[in-house]
Design a protein around this ligand. Structure first.
Ligand SMILES: [Zn+2]
Length: 563
């Protein structure tokens, strides 16, 4: 994505002037004062203030220019906002990685030909028989043809190399050489919780969905997300800071990720506050559970404001093409009313694990896309609640694409939070294809959740969907999509609700609402400066504007002039 220059600071040169006041200043004073702006505090009274003073890592005061500037001392960094807007730092409630990677880049492909061309290009520079893998951060919703490239398409790009097209987190598409490489043929049966795609004539089309992906072993240096080196994470975090992110919740973490983040924290190199969910795979059963947990070397409530254990991530269904529904998929995907999506975690084992984790003091966050998946989650959470109350422990449903009205009171009763993302923005047209118009237009019903009093927060699921938090806000405010216009406008939420969900909603999710999420004295100074007022600007500007400055814990992590 090309980064357009913000009107400020670029045109005005250095924006931060270290000013020394001559009029009997207090010796210290706040470390930073941002003044002459619009500070959207999002505190319970929702004030729009003019200035904010930061002392160390926390907000010292919020108020009128004169009052706040009077606090400034000799050492205070003064930032003239020149009318710009300040909001609480953006947070992403469901993040895997930034996208990209060593595979073939399909993020800018707009046609099937673009996809094949990119793969063919890579094939030219790759020795025959060497596996070619694509990066996962793209979706067929971005292609004019609105469909995946299948086996026969991919064979046009190369027959000399096994090709694995990785799309999002739930699906591979293989060419013929790759099907041969992993001995998948017409006699192969899909494992439980997975499926093999076929052409109308019954021939394999190369698609491997969910558990069927296990047939393929990707070369480790080419699998996305494997790179948990502190230095690459640090660089990744810088790019997230540029987009205004100050907090991120890693949605399928493991020991390696946690250790790399701990190392960054130890070095003082974290520029983002991170929360880590530890992933447990469906292959783990009750007997193996304690061993898996012990290997992580962390407890349920470990951590601090920089790095925090967020709980345990389980998943019970597929994604766009495998969300597990109460009603069958739209034809032809519905297979004559027989395809309801994929259950990826066996019922009994899932319920048993949730109960065991609850008894051990762990909080559970479950990936559930479809309404049938939501039923299973509610059932398991309900049973766990009978052993030991989960109310107030903030168990989570990740995604919650579809919720039916009978499920809302149960979510509320159990104090379950919904972690929602803007998948529809990218994948809208595909979801219509899989689930039909009515169901697709309901996807991620933020308005419904809010009206039902269910705690919500916002995020991206990057790299499945691009991480830009301003896109997340734009989508939930407008319900606009990249290629299919507005979908389900009755699910729109207000700009203020969206900002609150992104900051305070996230803080609720991580038990940090006393610490961050609004701009109030005593709270952490995690702030974003935006060139325009997101409450009043034309909606498209929310999508298109660039972040001017990002502050985490009182430190300017983006927008600082070159030193
Ligand atoms: Zn995810």
């Amino acid at each position: 994505m090309t980064r357009r220059e913000a009107p400020w600071p670029a045109t005005l040169g250095y924006l931060i002037a270290l000013q020394v006041s001559c009029q009997m200043p207090p010796t210290d004073g706040p470390s930073v004062v941002l003044h002459h702006g619009k500070i959207l505090t999002l505190d319970p009274d929702f004030r729009i203030a003019e200035a904010v003073a930061i002392e160390g890592e926390r907000v010292l005061a919020v108020g009128a220019n004169d009052d706040i500037l009077a606090l400034a001392g000799r050492e205070t960094t003064l930032v003239d906002l020149e009318g710009q807007t300040v909001v609480p730092g953006f947070a992403d409630n469901h993040y895997h990685s930034i996208g990209g990677g060593p595979g073939v880049d399909l993020s800018s492909a707009r046609t099937l030909d673009d996809v094949l061309l990119a793969i063919g290009e890579r094939a030219k520079n790759t020795p025959p028989d060497t596996v070619i893998v694509t990066n996962s951060d793209w979706h067929e919703g971005q292609l004019v043809e609105q469909r995946l490239p299948y086996r026969d398409d991919l064979d046009k790009a190369t027959t000399d190399h096994p090709v694995v097209v990785v799309r999002g987190g739930h699906e591979y598409v293989l060419n013929t050489a790759a099907l041969n490489e992993w001995s998948i043929d017409e006699t192969t049966r899909a494992p439980e919780g997975g499926s093999l795609g076929r052409y109308p004539d019954g021939r394999l089309n190369g698609e491997l969905v969910d558990q069927a992906k296990r047939f393929v072993e990707l070369p480790p240096h080419l699998s996305a997300g494997a790179n948990y080196q502190p230095e690459s994470l640090r660089l990744e975090h810088q790019r997230l800071n540029e987009a205004g992110l100050t907090s991120v919740r890693y949605a399928s973490g493991n020991k390696e990720l946690y250790h790399a983040l701990s190392e960054l924290k130890r070095r003082g190199d974290l520029t983002l506050r991170v929360s880590v969910l530890f992933r447990i795979q469906p292959s783990v059963d009750l007997d193996g559970l304690d061993k898996v947990i012990a290997a992580w070397g962390v407890g349920p409530d470990d951590g601090d404001a920089w790095l925090r254990v967020g709980g345990i991530k389980l998943g019970v269904d597929g994604g766009f093409e495998g969300g597990w529904m109460r009603e069958p998929y739209q034809e032809p995907w519905g297979d004559n009313g027989r395809y309801y999506g994929l259950q990826t975690f066996p019922t009994e084992r899932y319920v048993e694990l949730v109960r065991a984790l609850n008894q051990r003091g762990w909080r559970v966050a479950t990936h559930a896309v479809g309404d049938a998946a939501m039923d299973l989650v509610l059932d398991a959470y309900g049973k766990a609640n009978q052993d030991r109350s989960i109310v107030g422990r903030r168990f989570v449903v990740e995604h919650g694409f579809i919720a039916d009205h009978d499920q809302l009171p149960r979510l509320k009763e159990l104090g379950v939070a919904v972690s929602g993302q803007h998948h529809l923005y990218l994948a809208g047209p595909s979801l219509v294809k899989y689930w039909g118009t009515e169901r697709a237009h309901r996807v991620t019903p933020m308005r419904t959740y809010l009206d039902a009093g269910i705690p919500v927060s916002l995020g991206s699921d990057s790299p499945v969907v691009p991480y830009r938090p301003l896109w997340v806000l734009y989508h939930f405010i407008t319900r606009d999509t990249i290629s299919a216009g507005v979908m389900g406008e009755q699910q729109r939420i207000t700009r203020e609700e969206a900002l609150r969900a992104m900051s305070l909603g996230y803080a609720h999710l991580t038990f940090e609402e006393q610490l961050k999420g609004s701009i109030e004295p005593g709270k952490l100074a995690d702030l974003v400066v935006l060139p325009e007022d997101v409450l009043t600007c034309p909606p498209e500007r929310i999508r298109d504007m660039e972040v001017s400055m990002t502050i985490v814990g009182g430190e300017i992590v983006h927008g600082r002039p070159a030193e």
